[in-house]
Design a protein around this ligand. Structure first.
Ligand code: NAP
Length: 505
């Protein structure tokens, strides 16, 4: 058990071919906050002799695992097996642990503390239970199993192994889809998890850095009771939601962890992920953010009877709330966030939207949520879209007017709301409008990257009040936080996380 309350070691894997860099890397890993270093002896060039290995490991400022992985198990060692085992034995004299592959005959295992390991780079270990049983029957002190994740469901299978473990274990689903197995294993007192030094030096796909473990994913705060949340998306790597929600949990001392979940597009993958999450109470899943391409799949999964009326009208939810013993609930926080951002900027109540002339640009998912909410509050809406047929269909559904995007500047409006992607990073020079309609008092761009779009610059130049999509983004996240935790969201903390990420240095 370490000083922070859990025993799971943060292990930095060092994969440099240079002795000097590995020596420096051990020190750097310790300074960055790792508990242990894995030294990949097979990657060093030239291949070290026994004395060099002892010297290198003896100089380590933190606990070590010595690994000399043969090619047949995904490593770089190509020499003969007896030399490899002799070198591992030399490592075992000094290293805290040695990693020995499960195909090495028991009689030849080096003395010392042994981690028996099995790596499957080709499949998701369909015979996982049998494999784990075999590995656990060996005399090794620690069992390590790493297999390829086809989806986050495989990551949950890796966590099941830890949940049922009767000896110290490392259980990892490799790849971006498996990252939750790396991030949450401390909940089950795993022996350790692997972190890379920095983005460039990762030894395995999906391996977060030490800094990400400690600062973004609250590694030192994870307890067996930590409740899990995630963003379901594809792609998910660039989502800012883990940063915003983990910072909010931290500032409220809430025992939660928020993780990216890469779920592929078909609805079947979404359903399989949700079924796997809900059928594992030991994981303590309490909620999900849902984004492209799963917002409709989410409402289909939870069912209309478990969503509010406006979400059903929109046909999409971006939030799922899970509570033990209750059916999953769907919430759409996008529409409320859009309406509240606008009302706050104008200093009005939602009821004051009745009769207000509002031009909505776009007819995609965000436009649909915005139009549904504004129509609900009685605004007088005109929808303009590049593909006019889509504007017409959306307008007919919510009893609005519609028109071509190219003529939107001629439509009289008190408020213009951009729900198109025109102007979104990296297309900073585009704008959905050539000019702002005469008489417009407010221009609201739902785009949040960049914070100040070309459209907002045009609006400011005309003296209109401008509202960035940043406010909507922060508010939709804040409403998710409140739906999950029943606690007021720390809006300023959440806003500052996004501002820091999006503001130029
Ligand atoms: P979507 O469903 O793909 O819809 C995209 C919309 O943008 C469509 O109306 C499309 O017109 C239009 N469009 C795309 N490129 C265009 C261009 N070059 N010129 C004019 N119109 C163009 O996407 P969405 O989910 O609604 O997202 C739309 C925007 O909302 C995104 O840019 C995003 O930044 C923003 N957003 C903000 C938040 C927030 O919290 N602030 C959350 C989510 C999204 P066609 O129908 O003609 O293709």
């Amino acid at each position: 058990m370490n000083a922070t309350g859990h025993r799971t070691r943060l292990i930095c894997s060092l994969s440099s071919p240079s002795f000097r860099q590995v020596r420096e890397g051990m020190l750097a890993a310790q300074i960055k906050g790792a508990d242990m270093a894995e030294v990949r002896l097979d990657l060093l060039r030239p291949l070290p002799d026994a004395n060099t290995i002892r010297d290198l490991l003896a100089s380590a400022p933190l606990e070590t695992i010595a690994t000399l992985r043969p090619k047949r198990q995904g490593g770089a060692y190509e020499g003969d097996e007896s030399t490899r085992l002799a070198l591992l034995q030399a490592a075992a004299d000094v290293a805290t642990y040695v990693d020995v592959e499960d195909d090495v005959p028991l009689s030849q295992w080096p003395r010392g503390r042994v981690i028996v390991s099995h790596h499957d780079f080709a499949s998701n270990a369909p015979d996982l239970e049998r494999l784990v049983k075999t590995l656990c029957e060996t005399p090794a002190e620690v069992v390590k199993i790493a297999f390829t994740a086809n989806s986050p469901v495989d990551a949950m299978r890796a966590l099941d192994v830890l949940h049922h473990a009767n000896k110290p274990m490392i259980s990892i689903a490799m790849g971006e889809a498996g990252v939750l197995s790396r991030l949450t294993c401390a909940k089950f007192n795993a022996f350790g998890t692997f972190a890379s030094m920095d983005r460039e030096s990762g030894t395995a796909p999906g391996q977060p850095t030490i800094e990400e473990f400690l600062n973004l994913y609250r590694w030192r705060r994870i307890t067996p009771k930590t409740e899990l949340y995630g963003v379901i998306a594809c792609p998910v790597a660039h989502s800012m939601s883990p940063a915003i929600h983990n910072a909010a949990f931290d500032s409220c001392s809430y025992d939660g962890l928020y993780i990216p979940c890469l779920v592929e597009p078909p609805a079947e993958s979404f359903d399989a992920f949700m079924d796997a999450a809900i059928s594992r109470p030991h994981l303590d899943w309490r909620g999900f953010s849902v984004t492209i391409p799963h917002k409709k799949h989410a409402i289909d999964y939870v069912g209309a009877k478990n969503c509010d009326d406006l979400s059903v009208q929109i046909g999409a939810v971006n939030t799922i709330v899970l509570a033990p013993g209750k059916p999953p609930r769907g919430v759409n926080t996008d529409y409320a966030a859009a309406v509240d951002s606008l009302c706050k900027a104008m200093g009005i109540e939602r009821a004051d939207l009745a009769g207000m002339k509002i031009s909505v640009l776009g007819a995609g998912g965000v436009a649909r949520a915005v139009v549904a909410a504004l129509a609900h509050h009685g605004a007088n809406i005109t929808i303009h879209n590049r593909t006019t047929q889509r504007a017409k269909e959306l307008a007919e559904e919510f009893a609005c007017s519609w028109g071509e995007l190219a003529y939107a500047h001629n439509t009289p409006a008190d408020v213009v709301i951009n729900c198109t992607s025109a102007g979104m990073h990296p297309n900073l020079e585009s704008s959905p409008l050539d000019s702002i309609p005469t008489g417009a008092k407010v221009v609201f761009d739902t785009i949040y990257n960049p914070i100040e779009t070309k459209l907002l610059v045009q609006g400011a130049a005309r003296g209109t009040r401008t509202v960035s999509g940043l406010e909507m983004f922060v508010r939709q996240a804040a409403e998710q936080f409140e739906a999950w935790t029943q606690t007021p969201a720390p809006l300023d903390v959440m806003r500052n996380v996004i501002l820091k990420r999006l503001s130029p240095d």
